[in-house]
Design a protein around this ligand. Structure first.
Ligand SMILES: [Zn+2]
Ligand SMILES: [Zn+2]
Length: 150
């Protein structure tokens, strides 16, 4: 499977500091919140490593149903990279055209995906991806304007 091959590639990337990764995600979230006031308040435990959580599902991360917590896989926090379902564009039949996202793009994709779950719990329907698109638009404009940086 493509995912397994890509995972091998991801594992070869240099290790980064997982705590610093969480800090970057928190700062990106605060930036998103400046434009999306409806987002829940950021608390100390809102973003955590999945090592603190019993639920292990999710590609690189998952969002809790009570909107209190987003947990990231340790591998994602170490490598800041992953093959993700970029804004819902992934076509199961053409898995091979998706490249690995790294650093800022990886953070932006995974963050906007999980934050979109605050409104659409567990479902990946059209409404969900429209929501993620809006958040991603804010994120990218923040990167370009220099509001968002790591
Ligand atoms: Zn969790
Ligand atoms: Zn999801």
């Amino acid at each position: 499977m493509t995912w397994k091959l890509d995972k091998k590639k991801v594992k070869a990337f240099p290790n980064k500091d997982p705590e610093e990764s969480l800090e970057i995600l928190r700062s990106f979230y605060l930036q998103l919140k400046e434009h999306h006031f409806e987002l829940p308040k950021l608390k100390k435990k809102t973003f955590r490593s999945m090592t603190h959580c019993n639920g292990k599902n999710g590609n690189g991360a998952h969002c809790h149903r009570d909107r209190t917590q987003i947990c990231f896989k340790p591998l994602f926090l170490r490598k800041r990279a992953g093959v993700m379902n970029f804004l819902g564009l992934k076509d199961e039949k053409r898995d091979d055209i998706f490249i690995i996202l790294r650093d800022t793009m990886a953070f932006g994709e995974i963050l906007t995906h999980e934050v979109a779950h605050f409104r659409n719990k567990g479902v990946h329907n059209k409404r969900f991806y429209i929501r993620q698109h809006k958040l991603f638009d804010t994120f990218i404009n923040g990167v370009i304007s220099g509001e968002v940086y790591d």
